[in-house]
Design a protein around this ligand. Structure first.
Ligand SMILES: Cc1cc2nc3c(=O)[nH]c(=O)nc-3n(C[C@H](O)[C@H](O)[C@H](O)COP(=O)(O)OP(=O)(O)OC[C@H]3O[C@@H](n4cnc5c(N)ncnc54)[C@H](O)[C@@H]3O)c2cc1C
Length: 503
């Protein structure tokens, strides 16, 4: 009889781990509290507009392809994407505008033209970013940091011998400031700390690995929108036998003699050989493992930032905007000081504007655009979010109107709003943090919860709040690590190439 696995939560990591375990021969059931899959990676539609509700920037698509390959399927039949030539348009308060081309040479030339920062400095930064990524990814992203055998191979040895090059004891902003000697370009590269909800004025310079993903490996747009990642993976999972149960919140992970028994829903216990929680790790301990002692130190680390999103239907098309647009604040240091040290929302925030209808015309009616407008905000610590929403909406409208040269409020036809309270309600993310813990100190990588329980046999964890961290690629790595830890069932048949490792 095949072994059974229960996955709690159908976030991207939950769906990915379900596929991996089904491929290994497990009979897998996913319990999802919502009536839809995807967690943060979901979509909303209203009044003729469609929006990807959460993530909008997509890198390392091969991690999604890998799941289809593992199941012996042709990924192109399920999921398509295109590489972006132009990654982002940057707008500064002083009038500077920079178009970030995906080609490092073109991008560096553009920076030189707009700011005078030498092309070589940018190319050098991207080369260092590549070197750091190649040193870190196998040990820090693709392995459990909490198993001895992760350190007993040549990749780990290489990373440990070259620890100095990873600049773990230097602060990201300080390194970037010395590299560029220009506040605008320092700000541009500091922004990558926000990709995992961190503060560039505190986080280690190791986070400078992130630009490598965009400029060297590439940023992508899924042809069916970001939600097609969830949709196609759920389709694959169902085809290989995974059963999804929606509107099915789990109330308890049932444990006996330090071993998994299964999960409890209402009064019913569903037995399983293995349980994987894709639920935020703080919520997992608080709600699902009430009688177990929680690892206080790991759970009390500083949380990542959250987001405040306005989804605006716009009855206008703007030719000077692209898919991804950033409107920087005047004082970046103050912005992060307010968010992380004072738990406040800046009155001059950096605004991220994503317009998927630039690539996917059906996302907005003819002649219109769908504006996903987001600012970084602190995680919830009891702020007055109703007041913050009113003030931030006004501040964003004023800022964008000034820079773009037209009153944007005249063109907003309809609106929905996502704030930290709603993020927590809809996904279980503790305090509405987008990426679990922040990376605001040099030991952050070691202070995320492991992908397994050291106390309860056959209990595992995946998703953005555990190792290796938040964001789609890292969530997919967490699923891969969990599947590796669980190991193969005797007699399981891998239909695809299980040794596929992204380049
Ligand atoms: C606004 C926003 C913008 C973002 N931008 C980006 C971006 O551009 N690029 C990027 O890579 N990442 C981005 N992220 C982060 C990214 O979305 C997340 O890191 C990732 O999607 C988290 O996936 P996960 O597997 O941890 O699960 P989650 O998405 O957190 O889902 C967890 C699931 O568990 C379910 N659940 C909770 N409790 C229970 C229970 N008791 N029983 C059953 N089910 C339960 C929830 O309903 C939910 O479906 C963004 C996130 C947000 C919100």
């Amino acid at each position: 009889m095949s072994k059974t696995a229960i996955v709690i939560g159908s976030g991207i990591a939950g769906v990915a781990v379900a596929i991996r375990l089904a491929v290994k021969g497990f009979k897998v059931t996913v319990f999802e509290a919502n009536q839809y899959p995807g967690g943060k990676l979901t979509e909303i539609s209203f009044e003729g507009y469609r929006f990807d509700a959460g993530p909008s920037l997509f890198t390392l698509p091969e991690l999604v392809d890998e799941l289809f390959i593992l199941a012996g399927k042709d990924s192109k039949q399920y999921f398509q994407y295109e590489r972006l030539e132009e990654i982002c348009k940057y707008f500064y308060e002083d009038g500077t505008q920079i178009t970030a081309h995906s080609d490092p040479e073109l991008f560096s030339r553009e920076i030189e033209k707009q700011t005078g920062v030498s092309l070589n400095k940018v190319l050098d930064h991207l080369k260092k970013s590549k070197r750091m990524y190649e040193l870190t990814d196998k040990l820090f992203l693709q392995s459990s940091l909490h198993k001895l055998n992760s350190y007993l191979n040549k990749h780990a040895l290489n990373a440990l011998v070259n620890l100095g090059k990873l600049k773990t004891n230097q602060v990201m902003h300080a390194v970037n400031h010395i590299q560029f000697e220009d506040s605008r370009i320092t700000q541009l590269f500091d922004r990558y700390a926000t990709y995992n909800g961190s503060n560039p004025y505190k986080s280690p310079a190791t986070l400078n690995i992130i630009p490598h993903l965009e400029y060297n490996l590439g940023a992508y747009f899924p042809t069916g929108g970001m939600y097609s990642i969830t949709r196609s993976l759920v389709k694959l999972a169902e085809e290989i036998g995974v059963v999804f149960k929606y509107n099915s919140p789990v109330q308890e992970i049932v444990v006996e003699n330090k071993t998994i028994i299964g999960v409890r829903q209402n009064e019913k216990i569903m037995k399983a050989d293995v349980v994987v929680s894709n639920v935020d790790i703080s919520s997992t301990y608080r709600h699902l493992l009430k009688s177990e002692k929680a690892p206080k130190k790991l759970l009390s680390q500083e949380k990542s930032s959250s987001g405040l999103v306005f989804y605006w239907g716009m009855k206008k098309q703007s030719s000077n905007l692209g898919l991804h647009n950033i409107f920087f604040s005047k004082d970046y240091k103050e912005e992060f000081d307010l968010i992380f040290n004072q738990n406040k929302v800046p009155s001059d925030p950096t605004v991220y504007l994503n317009i998927s209808s630039k690539y996917k015309s059906g996302d907005a009616p003819e002649g219109h655009e769908n504006w996903f407008t987001m600012i970084n905000v602190p995680h919830n610590s009891g702020q007055d979010w109703d007041k913050i929403i009113i003030e931030s909406r006004q501040n964003i409208i004023l800022k964008l109107s000034k820079i773009l040269g037209f009153n944007i409020s005249d063109y907003i036809t309809c609106e929905r709003i996502l704030d930290p309270l709603l993020i927590e309600k809809m996904t279980g993310s503790s305090l509405g943090a987008l990426y679990g813990n922040s990376s605001n100190n040099q030991f952050a990588a070691f202070l995320r919860h492991p992908n397994f329980s050291g106390k309860i046999k056959n209990l595992y964890f995946c998703g953005g709040s555990v190792h290796p961290g938040g964001g789609i690629p890292l969530c997919l790595f967490s699923a891969k690590i969990v599947s590796g830890l669980i190991g193969d069932l005797p007699g399981s048949i891998h239909k695809g190439n299980s040794n596929f490792i992204h380049k």
